[in-house]
Design a protein. Structure first.
Length: 576
């Protein structure tokens, strides 16, 4: 066993030497309590480590992590169903996204610590049975990447104008989420993107569905290590389409109106804006849902876990665990899963699929308050962990990145559509995660948390739910903030009350850990956006919508109108 560990670690380190490195990350800031000073204000630095693998079209076996059970108190039905029609299909050819290097699939056991008196975690060896191998494999999933081609020009097309691009109806391997990416992350897609999909195993095709093209504002800040040190691509928002095996897509360039002329002929004569180069259709299969596991409780040793996980060699995260927590380590656990779980080990057992909710009194006790202190912290809500929704921890960068503190929460809608059930939410998350990392080139899932229509709360970007994890959600304002994505599209549809309530509960707890008042104001320094230049100090609500920091429709007009309710409820939960 020890020989296996040494061999695996050596292979991983050797592979890392062939990849560009960023500056090492600083320790993760921990939330303050009444008896402790505020979170550290030392300069933050994104975590280093080998970049995540880029798009691959292979499918891996799925492990059996826990599947969260959506709350039964709220409806679990799609908001809408797409109408369908019959159509013929043609064979498709697919390829991996260009400019990427498949990562070597090795078992990284560097996160396994050899602690006397505790069970030794086991990594499946090649000679073990298929059942053993399946138990440690990452969740299955794949991405099909198809280059777009010019479509037949309409009869009224202006000579020399850029042609629409797309793909005719064709078969594809199973997928559930679609999006379009292009080479230059700084280029904008001025036009429309529409897709039609065929339900798996049928001849039923959906109507044309619009894909949100304005997505550049959901990204890492300009100049950050995540944006500059990786092959980041331009991308539309992803769209959840459900189980499908056929697709058709069309991308039409925007045609500007001739100045001062409402004449349709003049508008037709205007030259359309060129489409970005290197456009590809991404078809994402989230893989099968993880199988249920026995529920886990709180860790035996509830002492605070050291915060030095920012540099995450997984060894550091796991080795820092209390002995009692290591004793409860599951017999089979990959290093990547152990590292992502270890940063939450003061809240739940290593490998837990859910962080349990606490009462107000239990929450205050858990933050080790000074006698007589009365901080404003809401009860900790139930949170489904990354393992709970089946995150493939080998997709993300190995290390975590942190910012100094959490002063504000930006609320988003995922713009993935409302045609999902709450039981499908983990699949939606796995699809968005894969699209963010493999298709868009990000280091991890962009948002810090996600909320589904039934009010279930999910851990987003890895690094620890109590910590100030640096996200890629609000271009220009990712520093000292957190991003919450409500799954769905809420420009013309009201968000479910359960989702708004979940936002209130989450912000009451997380903002309270850092001393922030949900009804208050905060001053943030812009990192650069289309609304505020870099370096500008901006006063905004502690709970803001994405549009408050960037000229965007997000989080949708209907969800944005509910933020006042969320602020009031959140503050009340804090005891204000």
């Amino acid at each position: 066993m020890r020989a296996l560990l040494v061999t695996s670690v050596s292979a991983t380190c050797a592979a890392a030497l062939t990849l560009p490195l960023a500056a090492p990350a600083t320790a993760a800031p921990t939330p303050h309590s009444a008896s402790a000073p505020p979170p550290s204000t030392s300069p933050a630095s994104p975590g280093a480590g080998p970049p995540a693998a880029q798009t691959e079209a292979t499918t891996r076996e799925a492990p059996a992590p826990d599947t969260p059970t959506p709350d039964a108190s709220t409806p679990d039905t799609p908001t809408s169903e797409a109408s369908t029609s019959d159509a013929s299909t043609s064979a498709a050819s697919t390829s991996d996204t260009p400019g990427t290097n498949p990562r070597t699939e090795t078992s990284d056991t560097s996160g396994i610590s050899d602690v006397p008196g505790t069970p030794e975690p086991r990594v499946a060896e090649p000679a073990e049975s298929a059942e053993s191998a399946e138990s440690v494999a990452e969740p299955a999933g794949s991405t099909q990447s198809m280059p777009l081609a010019p479509l037949a020009a309409p009869s009224n097309r202006v000579a020399g104008a850029p042609a629409a691009q797309g793909l005719p109806q064709r078969d594809a391997r199973p997928f559930s989420l679609v999006g379009v990416v292009w080479d230059d992350a700084e280029a904008e897609l001025h036009g429309t993107v529409q897709v039609r999909t065929r339900a798996t195993g049928t001849t039923r095709w959906s109507d044309w569905q619009d894909v949100e093209t304005h997505n550049a504002e959901h990204a890492a800040d300009v100049g950050s290590a995540e944006r500059e040190g990786r092959t980041v691509r331009g991308a539309t928002a992803p769209l959840w389409v459900g189980h499908s095996d056929g697709v058709e897509v069309r991308v039409r360039p925007e045609t500007p109106e001739a100045p001062g002329s409402p004449d349709p002929q003049d508008r037709a004569a205007a030259t359309p804006v060129p489409l970005p180069e290197g456009m590809r259709l991404e078809l994402v299969d989230p893989g099968e849902d993880p199988a249920p596991e026995p529920a886990r409780g709180a860790p035996a040793d509830r002492g605070a876990v050291p915060a030095g996980y920012a540099d995450t060699p997984p060894t550091a995260a796991v080795a820092a665990l209390p002995t009692a927590a290591l004793a409860a380590l599951p017999e089979v656990l990959t290093a990547e899963i152990a590292a992502a779980s270890a940063v939450n080990a003061e809240l739940a057992e290593l490998g837990a699929t859910v962080i349990p909710a606490l009462t107000q009194a239990e929450t205050l006790e858990s933050v080790n308050l000074a006698p007589g202190a009365k901080p404003y912290i809401g009860p900790r809500p139930k949170i489904v962990t990354r393992k709970g929704w089946g995150a493939d921890e080998k997709l993300r960068e190995r290390n975590f990145a942190y910012t100094k503190t959490v002063k504000a929460a930006f609320v988003h809608h995922s713009a993935t559509g409302n045609n999902y059930t709450c039981k499908q939410a983990p699949s939606v998350l796995r699809s968005i995660y894969r699209y963010h990392v493999k298709s868009s080139g990000w280091r991890d899932f962009g948002y810090n948390f996600a909320v589904d229509k039934c009010g279930n709360i999910y851990e987003g970007r890895a690094g620890g739910v109590t910590k100030a994890v640096l996200g890629a959600h609000t271009l220009g304002f990712n520093t000292n903030s957190m991003g919450i994505a409500v799954l769905g599209s809420y420009s013309s549809v009201n968000p479910p009350a359960a989702a708004v309530t979940a936002v209130s509960k989450l912000t009451a707890w997380k903002l309270g850990l850092f001393g922030a008042n949900p009804k208050g104001k905060v001053t943030l320094v812009s990192g650069g956006s289309n609304k505020y230049k870099a370096g500008v100090k901006v006063s905004m609500n502690v709970i803001s919508g994405h549009r408050d920091g960037f000229a965007t429709e997000c989080p949708g007009a209907r969800l944005y109108k509910k933020l006042g309710t969320a602020r009031t409820s959140s503050a009340k939960l804090q005891g204000r």
